[in-house]
Design a binder for this molecule. Structure first.
Ligand code: ADP
Length: 511
Protein backbone atom coordinates (compact mmCIF):
# COMPACT_ATOMS: atom_id res chain seq x y z
CA UNK A 1 0.00 0.00 0.00
CA UNK A 2 1.02 3.61 -0.62
CA UNK A 3 0.02 6.59 1.50
CA UNK A 4 -0.09 10.38 1.50
CA UNK A 5 -0.33 12.87 4.35
CA UNK A 6 -2.53 15.98 4.20
CA UNK A 7 -1.68 18.83 6.60
CA UNK A 8 -4.00 21.81 7.19
CA UNK A 9 -2.54 24.82 9.01
CA UNK A 10 -5.63 26.51 10.47
CA UNK A 11 -6.19 29.63 12.57
CA UNK A 12 -6.70 27.83 15.86
CA UNK A 13 -5.04 24.47 15.21
CA UNK A 14 -3.11 22.41 12.68
CA UNK A 15 -4.65 19.16 11.56
CA UNK A 16 -3.18 16.21 9.74
CA UNK A 17 -4.67 13.08 8.19
CA UNK A 18 -2.83 10.11 6.73
CA UNK A 19 -4.72 8.58 3.79
CA UNK A 20 -4.26 5.67 1.45
CA UNK A 21 -4.41 6.56 -2.24
CA UNK A 22 -8.17 5.86 -2.31
CA UNK A 23 -8.75 8.56 0.30
CA UNK A 24 -9.34 6.21 3.21
CA UNK A 25 -8.38 7.75 6.57
CA UNK A 26 -5.78 5.81 8.57
CA UNK A 27 -4.88 8.34 11.25
CA UNK A 28 -5.76 11.85 12.40
CA UNK A 29 -4.08 14.41 14.67
CA UNK A 30 -4.85 17.95 15.76
CA UNK A 31 -2.67 20.37 17.74
CA UNK A 32 -3.94 23.79 18.83
CA UNK A 33 -2.06 26.99 19.61
CA UNK A 34 -2.56 30.38 21.10
CA UNK A 35 -4.07 33.33 19.26
CA UNK A 36 -2.52 36.54 20.61
CA UNK A 37 -5.08 39.32 21.07
CA UNK A 38 -3.15 41.62 23.44
CA UNK A 39 -4.74 44.80 22.09
CA UNK A 40 -8.03 45.54 20.28
CA UNK A 41 -8.16 44.28 16.69
CA UNK A 42 -4.97 42.22 17.05
CA UNK A 43 -5.02 38.53 16.04
CA UNK A 44 -1.53 37.04 15.86
CA UNK A 45 0.10 33.64 16.18
CA UNK A 46 3.64 32.59 16.97
CA UNK A 47 5.14 31.06 13.78
CA UNK A 48 7.29 28.72 15.90
CA UNK A 49 4.16 27.35 17.63
CA UNK A 50 2.75 26.60 14.21
CA UNK A 51 5.93 24.96 12.95
CA UNK A 52 6.06 22.76 16.03
CA UNK A 53 2.39 21.87 15.60
CA UNK A 54 3.07 20.86 11.98
CA UNK A 55 5.93 18.55 13.04
CA UNK A 56 3.83 17.24 15.91
CA UNK A 57 0.74 16.31 13.83
CA UNK A 58 2.84 14.73 11.09
CA UNK A 59 4.73 12.67 13.67
CA UNK A 60 1.48 11.63 15.32
CA UNK A 61 -0.25 10.40 12.16
CA UNK A 62 2.85 8.46 11.12
CA UNK A 63 3.04 6.79 14.54
CA UNK A 64 -0.69 6.21 14.97
CA UNK A 65 -1.14 4.68 11.52
CA UNK A 66 1.88 2.38 12.05
CA UNK A 67 2.57 2.44 8.31
CA UNK A 68 6.08 1.87 7.04
CA UNK A 69 7.47 5.37 6.37
CA UNK A 70 8.85 4.14 3.03
CA UNK A 71 5.26 3.71 1.86
CA UNK A 72 4.51 7.42 2.49
CA UNK A 73 4.76 8.90 -0.98
CA UNK A 74 4.15 12.55 -0.22
CA UNK A 75 3.02 15.26 2.18
CA UNK A 76 0.69 17.96 0.87
CA UNK A 77 -0.33 21.24 2.51
CA UNK A 78 -3.39 23.40 3.07
CA UNK A 79 -3.28 26.58 5.08
CA UNK A 80 -5.35 29.54 6.21
CA UNK A 81 -5.14 32.51 3.86
CA UNK A 82 -3.94 36.10 4.31
CA UNK A 83 -1.30 35.60 7.06
CA UNK A 84 1.77 37.85 7.06
CA UNK A 85 5.20 37.42 8.68
CA UNK A 86 8.08 39.87 8.26
CA UNK A 87 11.49 38.16 8.04
CA UNK A 88 14.83 39.92 8.65
CA UNK A 89 18.23 39.61 6.91
CA UNK A 90 19.10 36.61 9.07
CA UNK A 91 15.84 34.87 8.20
CA UNK A 92 14.39 35.43 11.66
CA UNK A 93 10.80 36.60 12.10
CA UNK A 94 10.50 40.31 12.97
CA UNK A 95 6.82 39.85 13.78
CA UNK A 96 4.47 37.09 14.81
CA UNK A 97 2.15 35.83 12.08
CA UNK A 98 -0.52 38.48 11.62
CA UNK A 99 -3.64 36.50 10.73
CA UNK A 100 -6.64 37.23 8.51
CA UNK A 101 -8.65 38.08 11.64
CA UNK A 102 -6.35 40.98 12.56
CA UNK A 103 -8.18 44.22 11.87
CA UNK A 104 -5.51 46.82 12.55
CA UNK A 105 -5.11 47.73 8.87
CA UNK A 106 -8.79 48.81 8.62
CA UNK A 107 -7.99 52.50 8.20
CA UNK A 108 -5.69 51.80 5.27
CA UNK A 109 -8.08 49.49 3.43
CA UNK A 110 -10.81 52.13 3.83
CA UNK A 111 -8.49 54.67 2.20
CA UNK A 112 -7.75 52.31 -0.68
CA UNK A 113 -11.45 51.91 -1.29
CA UNK A 114 -12.13 55.64 -1.15
CA UNK A 115 -9.30 56.79 -3.41
CA UNK A 116 -10.17 54.28 -6.15
CA UNK A 117 -6.74 52.60 -6.15
CA UNK A 118 -8.28 49.64 -4.32
CA UNK A 119 -10.67 48.82 -7.15
CA UNK A 120 -7.88 49.09 -9.74
CA UNK A 121 -5.76 46.63 -7.76
CA UNK A 122 -8.72 44.31 -7.06
CA UNK A 123 -9.44 44.08 -10.80
CA UNK A 124 -6.01 42.48 -11.26
CA UNK A 125 -5.65 40.51 -8.03
CA UNK A 126 -9.18 39.23 -7.27
CA UNK A 127 -8.67 39.81 -3.53
CA UNK A 128 -11.37 42.11 -2.07
CA UNK A 129 -9.89 45.22 -0.48
CA UNK A 130 -10.08 44.46 3.24
CA UNK A 131 -7.83 44.62 6.33
CA UNK A 132 -7.61 40.81 6.20
CA UNK A 133 -5.29 40.90 3.16
CA UNK A 134 -1.49 41.34 3.36
CA UNK A 135 -1.81 44.26 0.89
CA UNK A 136 -3.55 46.40 3.53
CA UNK A 137 -1.40 45.00 6.34
CA UNK A 138 1.87 45.99 4.64
CA UNK A 139 0.61 49.56 4.12
CA UNK A 140 -0.33 49.68 7.81
CA UNK A 141 3.13 48.39 8.85
CA UNK A 142 4.91 50.84 6.56
CA UNK A 143 3.07 53.73 8.21
CA UNK A 144 2.89 52.58 11.80
CA UNK A 145 5.95 50.34 12.25
CA UNK A 146 8.45 51.94 9.84
CA UNK A 147 11.47 50.48 11.66
CA UNK A 148 10.21 46.91 11.13
CA UNK A 149 9.25 47.66 7.55
CA UNK A 150 12.79 48.91 6.82
CA UNK A 151 14.42 45.83 8.28
CA UNK A 152 12.27 43.39 6.29
CA UNK A 153 14.05 41.13 3.84
CA UNK A 154 10.97 39.02 2.99
CA UNK A 155 7.23 39.32 3.45
CA UNK A 156 5.92 35.77 3.74
CA UNK A 157 2.96 33.76 5.04
CA UNK A 158 2.69 30.88 7.50
CA UNK A 159 2.94 28.10 4.92
CA UNK A 160 6.00 29.71 3.34
CA UNK A 161 7.50 29.88 6.84
CA UNK A 162 6.91 26.15 7.40
CA UNK A 163 8.48 25.28 4.03
CA UNK A 164 11.38 27.62 4.76
CA UNK A 165 12.05 25.81 8.04
CA UNK A 166 11.87 22.40 6.36
CA UNK A 167 13.71 23.16 3.12
CA UNK A 168 15.47 26.53 3.48
CA UNK A 169 13.78 28.23 0.50
CA UNK A 170 11.19 30.99 0.24
CA UNK A 171 8.51 29.74 -2.15
CA UNK A 172 4.81 30.56 -2.24
CA UNK A 173 2.25 28.79 -4.38
CA UNK A 174 -0.32 30.65 -6.53
CA UNK A 175 -3.24 29.88 -4.24
CA UNK A 176 -1.92 31.56 -1.09
CA UNK A 177 -0.37 34.27 -3.32
CA UNK A 178 -3.78 34.93 -4.90
CA UNK A 179 -5.15 35.82 -1.45
CA UNK A 180 -2.44 38.40 -0.66
CA UNK A 181 -3.93 41.19 -2.78
CA UNK A 182 -0.53 41.55 -4.50
CA UNK A 183 -0.69 38.75 -7.10
CA UNK A 184 -1.92 39.31 -10.65
CA UNK A 185 -4.27 36.36 -11.24
CA UNK A 186 -4.26 36.84 -15.01
CA UNK A 187 -0.48 37.03 -15.45
CA UNK A 188 0.42 34.68 -12.56
CA UNK A 189 3.03 37.08 -11.21
CA UNK A 190 3.37 39.72 -8.50
CA UNK A 191 1.37 42.80 -9.48
CA UNK A 192 3.54 45.85 -10.14
CA UNK A 193 0.89 48.42 -9.18
CA UNK A 194 0.47 46.77 -5.79
CA UNK A 195 4.23 46.52 -5.20
CA UNK A 196 4.75 50.17 -6.23
CA UNK A 197 2.01 51.23 -3.84
CA UNK A 198 3.66 49.28 -1.02
CA UNK A 199 7.14 50.52 -1.98
CA UNK A 200 8.54 46.99 -2.05
CA UNK A 201 10.07 44.92 -4.84
CA UNK A 202 9.41 41.37 -6.01
CA UNK A 203 12.68 40.17 -4.39
CA UNK A 204 11.09 40.91 -1.03
CA UNK A 205 8.35 38.38 -1.77
CA UNK A 206 8.72 34.61 -2.11
CA UNK A 207 9.39 32.97 -5.46
CA UNK A 208 6.09 31.87 -7.02
CA UNK A 209 5.36 28.20 -7.76
CA UNK A 210 2.32 26.21 -8.88
CA UNK A 211 0.19 24.59 -6.15
CA UNK A 212 1.14 21.19 -7.61
CA UNK A 213 4.88 21.99 -7.38
CA UNK A 214 6.90 19.61 -5.22
CA UNK A 215 10.12 19.90 -3.28
CA UNK A 216 12.43 17.24 -1.82
CA UNK A 217 15.43 17.40 0.50
CA UNK A 218 13.84 17.88 3.91
CA UNK A 219 16.50 19.04 6.38
CA UNK A 220 18.16 16.05 8.01
CA UNK A 221 17.09 16.79 11.58
CA UNK A 222 13.42 17.01 10.64
CA UNK A 223 13.63 14.00 8.31
CA UNK A 224 15.11 11.97 11.15
CA UNK A 225 12.53 13.24 13.61
CA UNK A 226 9.70 12.14 11.34
CA UNK A 227 11.40 9.08 9.91
CA UNK A 228 11.01 10.46 6.38
CA UNK A 229 13.82 10.18 3.85
CA UNK A 230 15.04 13.25 1.97
CA UNK A 231 13.49 12.04 -1.28
CA UNK A 232 9.87 12.15 -0.04
CA UNK A 233 8.23 14.94 -2.05
CA UNK A 234 6.36 17.71 -0.25
CA UNK A 235 3.60 19.32 -2.31
CA UNK A 236 3.21 23.09 -1.80
CA UNK A 237 -0.59 22.70 -2.00
CA UNK A 238 -3.10 25.53 -1.71
CA UNK A 239 -5.27 27.52 0.71
CA UNK A 240 -7.84 25.96 3.03
CA UNK A 241 -10.83 27.59 1.33
CA UNK A 242 -10.19 26.30 -2.18
CA UNK A 243 -9.04 22.90 -0.92
CA UNK A 244 -12.23 22.59 1.06
CA UNK A 245 -14.18 22.91 -2.23
CA UNK A 246 -12.14 20.01 -3.54
CA UNK A 247 -12.48 18.03 -0.30
CA UNK A 248 -16.30 18.26 -0.33
CA UNK A 249 -16.48 17.30 -3.99
CA UNK A 250 -17.62 20.74 -5.19
CA UNK A 251 -15.20 20.74 -8.07
CA UNK A 252 -17.33 20.34 -11.21
CA UNK A 253 -18.76 23.39 -13.02
CA UNK A 254 -21.98 24.63 -11.43
CA UNK A 255 -21.51 22.71 -8.17
CA UNK A 256 -21.57 25.23 -5.37
CA UNK A 257 -20.00 24.73 -1.95
CA UNK A 258 -21.97 26.40 0.84
CA UNK A 259 -20.49 26.38 4.33
CA UNK A 260 -22.31 27.46 7.47
CA UNK A 261 -20.02 26.96 10.42
CA UNK A 262 -19.27 29.79 12.83
CA UNK A 263 -18.95 31.99 9.76
CA UNK A 264 -20.01 31.04 6.24
CA UNK A 265 -19.04 31.03 2.57
CA UNK A 266 -20.34 30.35 -0.90
CA UNK A 267 -17.77 29.14 -3.43
CA UNK A 268 -17.73 27.73 -6.94
CA UNK A 269 -14.91 26.43 -9.17
CA UNK A 270 -14.35 27.99 -12.61
CA UNK A 271 -11.61 27.25 -15.11
CA UNK A 272 -10.31 30.79 -15.61
CA UNK A 273 -9.69 33.67 -13.20
CA UNK A 274 -12.60 36.13 -13.11
CA UNK A 275 -13.31 39.26 -11.09
CA UNK A 276 -16.55 40.90 -10.01
CA UNK A 277 -17.17 44.40 -11.44
CA UNK A 278 -18.20 45.57 -7.94
CA UNK A 279 -15.21 44.03 -6.15
CA UNK A 280 -17.42 41.95 -3.86
CA UNK A 281 -16.18 38.44 -4.68
CA UNK A 282 -12.81 36.80 -4.32
CA UNK A 283 -11.11 34.74 -6.97
CA UNK A 284 -8.42 32.42 -5.59
CA UNK A 285 -6.35 29.76 -7.37
CA UNK A 286 -6.79 26.05 -6.76
CA UNK A 287 -4.41 25.08 -9.58
CA UNK A 288 -3.34 27.20 -12.51
CA UNK A 289 -6.38 25.88 -14.44
CA UNK A 290 -8.95 25.88 -11.66
CA UNK A 291 -10.07 28.96 -9.74
CA UNK A 292 -12.53 29.43 -6.94
CA UNK A 293 -14.92 32.39 -7.02
CA UNK A 294 -16.88 33.16 -3.90
CA UNK A 295 -17.79 35.31 -0.97
CA UNK A 296 -16.93 34.93 2.72
CA UNK A 297 -19.67 35.76 5.21
CA UNK A 298 -19.04 36.71 8.87
CA UNK A 299 -22.53 35.94 10.09
CA UNK A 300 -23.13 32.18 9.93
CA UNK A 301 -23.76 29.87 12.87
CA UNK A 302 -22.41 32.49 15.27
CA UNK A 303 -25.77 34.25 14.89
CA UNK A 304 -27.64 31.08 15.90
CA UNK A 305 -25.34 30.94 18.90
CA UNK A 306 -26.40 34.48 19.81
CA UNK A 307 -30.09 33.48 19.54
CA UNK A 308 -29.40 30.51 21.82
CA UNK A 309 -27.43 32.47 24.42
CA UNK A 310 -29.34 35.75 24.46
CA UNK A 311 -32.94 34.93 23.51
CA UNK A 312 -33.24 31.40 24.89
CA UNK A 313 -31.12 31.41 28.05
CA UNK A 314 -33.77 29.49 30.11
CA UNK A 315 -34.06 26.77 27.43
CA UNK A 316 -30.29 26.57 27.39
CA UNK A 317 -30.23 25.79 31.10
CA UNK A 318 -32.95 23.12 30.73
CA UNK A 319 -31.20 21.58 27.75
CA UNK A 320 -27.92 21.44 29.64
CA UNK A 321 -29.65 19.72 32.57
CA UNK A 322 -31.20 17.20 30.16
CA UNK A 323 -27.86 16.83 28.37
CA UNK A 324 -29.32 17.60 24.96
CA UNK A 325 -28.19 20.21 22.45
CA UNK A 326 -29.94 23.57 22.88
CA UNK A 327 -29.59 23.96 19.11
CA UNK A 328 -31.74 20.84 18.63
CA UNK A 329 -34.41 22.23 20.96
CA UNK A 330 -34.40 25.58 19.15
CA UNK A 331 -34.65 23.81 15.82
CA UNK A 332 -37.75 21.98 17.09
CA UNK A 333 -39.23 25.31 18.21
CA UNK A 334 -38.51 26.91 14.82
CA UNK A 335 -40.02 23.96 12.99
CA UNK A 336 -43.48 24.83 14.31
CA UNK A 337 -43.38 28.20 12.52
CA UNK A 338 -44.22 28.23 8.79
CA UNK A 339 -41.63 29.02 6.10
CA UNK A 340 -41.18 32.78 5.94
CA UNK A 341 -41.81 33.22 9.70
CA UNK A 342 -45.18 34.88 9.05
CA UNK A 343 -43.42 37.79 7.39
CA UNK A 344 -40.74 38.42 10.00
CA UNK A 345 -37.42 39.22 8.33
CA UNK A 346 -34.00 39.26 9.96
CA UNK A 347 -30.76 40.79 8.72
CA UNK A 348 -28.03 38.83 10.47
CA UNK A 349 -25.27 41.47 10.52
CA UNK A 350 -24.37 41.16 14.20
CA UNK A 351 -20.64 41.30 13.52
CA UNK A 352 -20.38 43.72 10.58
CA UNK A 353 -20.32 41.87 7.30
CA UNK A 354 -17.96 40.88 4.51
CA UNK A 355 -19.81 39.44 1.50
CA UNK A 356 -22.29 40.39 0.17
CA UNK A 357 -22.25 44.00 1.47
CA UNK A 358 -18.62 44.43 2.72
CA UNK A 359 -19.64 46.83 5.44
CA UNK A 360 -17.84 46.62 8.80
CA UNK A 361 -20.47 48.90 10.36
CA UNK A 362 -23.45 46.70 9.40
CA UNK A 363 -25.75 45.77 12.29
CA UNK A 364 -28.56 43.25 12.71
CA UNK A 365 -32.28 43.95 12.57
CA UNK A 366 -35.70 42.33 12.72
CA UNK A 367 -38.12 43.82 10.22
CA UNK A 368 -41.88 43.32 10.01
CA UNK A 369 -42.57 42.58 13.69
CA UNK A 370 -46.21 42.46 14.79
CA UNK A 371 -47.83 41.50 18.10
CA UNK A 372 -48.43 38.07 16.63
CA UNK A 373 -44.75 37.25 16.44
CA UNK A 374 -43.14 35.17 19.18
CA UNK A 375 -39.63 34.15 20.13
CA UNK A 376 -40.19 31.04 18.01
CA UNK A 377 -40.66 33.31 14.97
CA UNK A 378 -37.43 35.04 15.88
CA UNK A 379 -35.43 31.80 15.84
CA UNK A 380 -36.84 30.78 12.50
CA UNK A 381 -36.35 34.27 11.06
CA UNK A 382 -32.72 34.23 12.26
CA UNK A 383 -32.02 30.90 10.56
CA UNK A 384 -33.73 32.12 7.40
CA UNK A 385 -31.90 35.46 7.50
CA UNK A 386 -28.51 33.72 7.58
CA UNK A 387 -29.49 31.73 4.48
CA UNK A 388 -31.01 34.76 2.66
CA UNK A 389 -27.71 36.53 3.12
CA UNK A 390 -25.78 33.59 1.63
CA UNK A 391 -28.29 33.49 -1.20
CA UNK A 392 -27.52 37.13 -2.04
CA UNK A 393 -23.84 36.14 -2.27
CA UNK A 394 -24.93 33.37 -4.65
CA UNK A 395 -26.82 35.89 -6.80
CA UNK A 396 -23.62 37.91 -7.19
CA UNK A 397 -21.62 34.80 -8.10
CA UNK A 398 -24.30 33.69 -10.57
CA UNK A 399 -23.78 36.85 -12.60
CA UNK A 400 -20.30 35.64 -13.53
CA UNK A 401 -20.55 31.87 -13.39
CA UNK A 402 -24.17 31.22 -14.44
CA UNK A 403 -26.89 29.38 -12.51
CA UNK A 404 -25.71 26.73 -10.07
CA UNK A 405 -26.62 23.09 -10.69
CA UNK A 406 -26.45 21.75 -7.18
CA UNK A 407 -25.08 22.47 -3.72
CA UNK A 408 -22.64 20.62 -1.51
CA UNK A 409 -23.17 21.99 1.98
CA UNK A 410 -21.02 21.61 5.10
CA UNK A 411 -20.48 23.04 8.58
CA UNK A 412 -22.14 22.77 11.99
CA UNK A 413 -25.50 23.87 10.55
CA UNK A 414 -25.80 20.47 8.82
CA UNK A 415 -26.74 18.91 12.16
CA UNK A 416 -30.16 20.51 11.75
CA UNK A 417 -32.51 18.88 9.22
CA UNK A 418 -34.72 21.98 9.24
CA UNK A 419 -31.81 24.28 8.39
CA UNK A 420 -30.56 21.96 5.61
CA UNK A 421 -34.05 21.91 4.05
CA UNK A 422 -34.23 25.72 4.37
CA UNK A 423 -31.04 25.97 2.31
CA UNK A 424 -32.60 23.81 -0.44
CA UNK A 425 -35.84 25.84 -0.32
CA UNK A 426 -34.27 29.32 -0.35
CA UNK A 427 -31.66 28.47 -3.02
CA UNK A 428 -34.21 26.33 -4.96
CA UNK A 429 -31.48 23.75 -5.46
CA UNK A 430 -30.79 20.17 -4.48
CA UNK A 431 -28.56 20.17 -1.43
CA UNK A 432 -26.19 17.30 -0.70
CA UNK A 433 -24.38 16.95 2.60
CA UNK A 434 -21.06 15.25 1.91
CA UNK A 435 -19.54 13.01 4.51
CA UNK A 436 -16.83 15.55 5.17
CA UNK A 437 -14.05 14.95 7.62
CA UNK A 438 -11.29 17.57 7.58
CA UNK A 439 -12.18 18.53 4.02
CA UNK A 440 -9.14 20.80 3.59
CA UNK A 441 -6.77 17.95 4.58
CA UNK A 442 -8.52 15.68 2.08
CA UNK A 443 -8.34 18.43 -0.56
CA UNK A 444 -4.60 18.79 0.10
CA UNK A 445 -4.10 15.03 -0.16
CA UNK A 446 -6.07 14.80 -3.43
CA UNK A 447 -4.12 17.71 -4.89
CA UNK A 448 -0.96 15.87 -3.80
CA UNK A 449 -2.12 12.63 -5.48
CA UNK A 450 -2.72 14.62 -8.64
CA UNK A 451 0.69 16.34 -8.44
CA UNK A 452 2.42 12.99 -8.00
CA UNK A 453 0.50 11.29 -10.82
CA UNK A 454 -1.59 8.90 -8.69
CA UNK A 455 -4.79 10.31 -10.20
CA UNK A 456 -5.29 11.95 -13.62
CA UNK A 457 -7.98 14.35 -12.60
CA UNK A 458 -9.08 16.13 -9.43
CA UNK A 459 -12.62 14.75 -9.91
CA UNK A 460 -11.25 11.45 -8.61
CA UNK A 461 -12.30 12.98 -5.28
CA UNK A 462 -15.89 11.86 -6.13
CA UNK A 463 -15.07 8.29 -5.21
CA UNK A 464 -13.58 9.39 -1.89
CA UNK A 465 -16.43 11.47 -0.44
CA UNK A 466 -19.62 9.82 0.82
CA UNK A 467 -23.03 11.44 1.24
CA UNK A 468 -25.01 11.70 4.48
CA UNK A 469 -28.18 13.56 3.39
CA UNK A 470 -29.86 14.91 0.26
CA UNK A 471 -32.61 17.57 0.26
CA UNK A 472 -34.81 18.67 -2.65
CA UNK A 473 -36.54 22.07 -2.71
CA UNK A 474 -40.09 22.02 -1.40
CA UNK A 475 -42.33 23.91 -3.86
CA UNK A 476 -44.67 25.30 -1.21
CA UNK A 477 -41.79 26.76 0.76
CA UNK A 478 -39.75 28.19 -2.06
CA UNK A 479 -42.76 30.05 -3.37
CA UNK A 480 -43.00 31.84 -0.01
CA UNK A 481 -39.28 32.62 -0.05
CA UNK A 482 -39.55 33.96 -3.61
CA UNK A 483 -42.07 36.52 -2.35
CA UNK A 484 -40.02 37.54 0.67
CA UNK A 485 -36.53 37.68 -0.81
CA UNK A 486 -37.03 40.88 -2.85
CA UNK A 487 -38.34 42.61 0.28
CA UNK A 488 -35.39 41.34 2.33
CA UNK A 489 -32.96 42.63 -0.30
CA UNK A 490 -34.65 46.05 -0.60
CA UNK A 491 -34.72 46.51 3.17
CA UNK A 492 -31.01 45.78 3.40
CA UNK A 493 -30.34 48.38 0.71
CA UNK A 494 -32.44 50.93 2.60
CA UNK A 495 -30.61 50.21 5.87
CA UNK A 496 -27.13 50.26 4.37
CA UNK A 497 -26.53 54.05 4.63
CA UNK A 498 -27.67 54.01 8.28
CA UNK A 499 -25.22 51.46 9.62
CA UNK A 500 -22.22 53.71 10.12
CA UNK A 501 -23.99 56.19 12.36
CA UNK A 502 -25.53 53.57 14.65
CA UNK A 503 -22.22 51.68 14.86
CA UNK A 504 -20.42 54.89 15.80
CA UNK A 505 -23.04 55.64 18.41
CA UNK A 506 -22.50 52.18 19.89
CA UNK A 507 -18.74 52.67 19.91
CA UNK A 508 -18.97 56.11 21.50
CA UNK A 509 -21.28 54.91 24.27
CA UNK A 510 -19.72 51.53 24.96
CA UNK A 511 -17.83 51.12 28.20
P1 ADP B 1 -16.47 26.08 13.01
O1 ADP B 1 -16.91 26.87 11.80
O2 ADP B 1 -15.98 26.98 14.11
O3 ADP B 1 -15.59 24.93 12.69
P2 ADP B 1 -18.87 24.40 13.16
O4 ADP B 1 -18.77 24.07 11.71
O5 ADP B 1 -18.90 23.26 14.14
O6 ADP B 1 -17.79 25.44 13.67
O7 ADP B 1 -20.22 25.25 13.34
C1 ADP B 1 -20.62 25.77 14.56
C2 ADP B 1 -22.04 26.30 14.40
O8 ADP B 1 -22.88 25.22 14.00
C3 ADP B 1 -22.65 26.83 15.67
O9 ADP B 1 -22.36 28.19 15.86
C4 ADP B 1 -24.14 26.60 15.44
O10 ADP B 1 -24.73 27.72 14.82
C5 ADP B 1 -24.20 25.44 14.47
N1 ADP B 1 -24.66 24.22 15.15
C6 ADP B 1 -23.99 23.44 16.01
N2 ADP B 1 -24.76 22.40 16.43
C7 ADP B 1 -25.95 22.54 15.79
C8 ADP B 1 -27.17 21.80 15.79
N3 ADP B 1 -27.33 20.70 16.54
N4 ADP B 1 -28.17 22.27 15.02
C9 ADP B 1 -28.02 23.38 14.28
N5 ADP B 1 -26.90 24.10 14.25
C10 ADP B 1 -25.88 23.70 14.99
Amino acid sequence: MEYIIGVDIGTTSTKSVLYDMKGKVLAYANVGYKLYQDIPDMAEEDPEDIFEAVLNVMGQVIRKSKVNTESIKGVSFSSAMHSLILMDQNNHPLTRAITWADNRAAKYSEELKKNGIGSQIYAKTGTPIHPMAPLSKIIWLRHEKPELFKETKKFIDLKTYVFFKLFGVYKMEYSIASATGMFNIFKLQWEKQALDLLQINANQLPELVEPTATITGIKQKYGELLGLSADVPFIFGASDGVLSNLGVNAIDPGVVAVTIGTSGAVRVVVDKPVVDPDGKLFCYALTKDKWVVGGPVNNGGIVFRWVKDQLFAPEKITAEQMQVSTYDILTQIAEKIPAGSDGLLFHPYLGGERAPIWNAYARGSFFGLTRKHTRAHMVRAALEGIVYNLYVVMLTIEKITGKPKSIQATGGFARSKLWRQMLADIFEQDVTIPESFESSCLGAAVLGMYALGYIDDLSAVKGMVGVTDVHHPNVKNFEVYRELLPIWIRVSEVLEPEYKEIAEFQKKHSN
